[in-house]
Design a protein around this ligand. Structure first.
Ligand code: PLP
Length: 445
């Protein structure tokens, strides 16, 4: 069958990608039989690998019963059990789970719940949600207003109320030591300064990716940062929202990334790895007191038709059970440590690698012109597309973004599924080594 002209792609097709045929474990095959190692789990989604038979079995079982039950007509077992399971994994007190179908919807839900809570407790003057730059919180207008990535947001500025931003704590760019408490304090105190500048009585919440995703390239906060952020939010009566859309679900070596610092938010959001690509699913998980305030004041003015879809929830429940049964969080920590040390060895050999960072299997490296100054590669080199395309030709899928305000700086996320082994790490490093050599050859011509 010949391929029809594309009518569903809404981006410039530099190069149409091959048609996917099938995917199993960490590998994917196109219709010509070429094999790819999924070194980024899609977009950091397919955490337990592709075509897991137990998850597919659980979904088939649910499909034979019912694939839809509208939330105002029925409750469903998969939604109830998954909500209970999620609450049991979430920090103390965060036991109310609001299902959605993706990350942007989860973020929208979090900021609207926070706003309704403020009104319910007589603090209607609070509406500003401070976020960081760079950051990514989604592409719907509410989430976009928080996203610190100007090229995505600028065209829509007249249509939304852009929210205040503070710099993300990129110590490696500022020449600061991330292991020094003073560095964490330096960046966290920017939040307090921003709150004071905006008028504390108008600030509703602060949203943060505990370990950064595509926007910062797996940025791990400096020592003491997360705890001080929590203290500052509590001091001013501001809700702390953790965006764990990418970092949640185990890939950093903890189910929620914030567990690395033992810091609890008031609301958290999760999506990508939650149903790990088996179905569109996300959730907002909120502290029971916040939900009680909103319900007592008349109810949450928010909801989506597909929320709590039983098929998606059956997939999510089976994914979480698979993670526990197979010890995949431990594996993400161990295999991630091995992969990071191998990436560091690559950095020793390639001076264009300016930084290697991340935790567990949410890792990234950044390409630079000069490691000492962290000067980015020339924009014309288009490194963030070129290296991805070369790796793709070599059968390795990686994920890239241009950072630093979206105008320069190229980083690459290396985030294979949590089922990855030492052999897969070897294959990834071999593929990267070859691809970096070919990239260097290309730019030296
Ligand atoms: N928040 C974070 C941290 C993300 O990484 C993403 C997506 O990449 C989103 C929110 C938005 O999720 P979605 O694309 O499912 O709407």
């Amino acid at each position: 069958m010949s391929r029809p002209e594309t009518s569903h792609l809404f981006y410039q097709s530099r190069q149409r990608r091959p048609m996917l045929d099938q995917a199993r474990g960490v590998y994917m095959w196109d219709v010509d039989g070429k094999r790819y190692l999924d070194g980024s789990s899609g977009a950091m989604v397919c955490n337990i690998g592709h075509s897991n038979p137990r998850v597919l079995g659980a979904m088939r079982k649910q499909m034979d019963k019912a694939t839809f039950g509208y939330r105002l007509h029925f409750e469903t077992e998969p939604a109830e059990f998954l909500a209970a399971k999620t609450a049991s994994l979430a920090p103390e007190g965060l036991d109310k789970v609001f299902f959605v179908s993706g990350g942007s919807e989860a973020v929208e839900s979090a900021i609207k719940l926070a706003r309704q809570n403020a009104i319910a407790i007589g603090e209607a003057g609070r509406y500003k949600v401070i976020s960081r730059d760079p950051s990514y919180h989604g592409c719907t207008l509410g989430a976009l207003a928080l996203t610190g990535y100007a090229p995505l947001a600028d065209p829509f500025e007249p249509m939304m109320r852009v929210m205040p931003k503070i710099p993300a704590p990129r110590a490696y760019l500022d020449g600061l030591d991330p292991d020094d408490e003073a560095t964490g304090r330096h960046y966290a105190d920017m939040l307090e300064q921003k709150i004071l500048a905006e008028d504390p009585e108008t600030v509703l919440a602060f949203i943060v990716e505990p370990i950064g995703g595509a926007s910062t390239g797996a940025l791990v906060p400096p020592r003491g940062y997360m705890r001080r952020i929590r203290e500052i939010c509590s001091r001013y009566g501001i809700l702390l929202i953790h965006d764990e859309v990418m970092s949640g679900g185990g890939r950093t070596g903890r189910f929620f990334a914030a567990e690395h610092w033992d810091v609890d938010p008031d609301i958290l959001v999760i999506s990508k790895g939650f149903a790990a690509g088996y179905a569109p699913l996300g959730a907002m998980v909120a502290h029971k007191d916040i939900v009680a305030n909103v319900l007592d004041a008349g109810g949450f003015l928010h909801g989506f038709t597909y929320a709590g879809n039983p098929l998606a929830c059956a997939a999510g429940l089976a994914v979480v059970e698979e993670i526990e049964r197979e010890g995949l969080i431990r594996n993400a920590a161990d295999t991630g440590a091995l992969l990071k040390s191998e990436l560091n060895k690559l950095m020793d050999r390639y001076s264009i690698i300016g930084d290697v960072r991340g935790e567990g299997l949410l890792l990234a490296f950044e390409l630079v012109e000069d490691r000492a100054t962290q000067q980015p590669l020339a924009k014309e080199l288009n490194a963030f597309n070129e290296l991805v395309d070369i790796a793709y030709e070599n059968g390795l899928i990686i994920y890239s973004r241009r950072t630093r305000g979206g105008h320069s700086g190229d980083h690459f996320l290396i985030a294979p599924p949590m089922i990855s082994t030492a052999d897969h790490v070897g294959e990834i490093i071999e593929g990267l080594d070859l691809s970096l050599r070919q990239f260097l050859d290309r730019i030296s011509q």
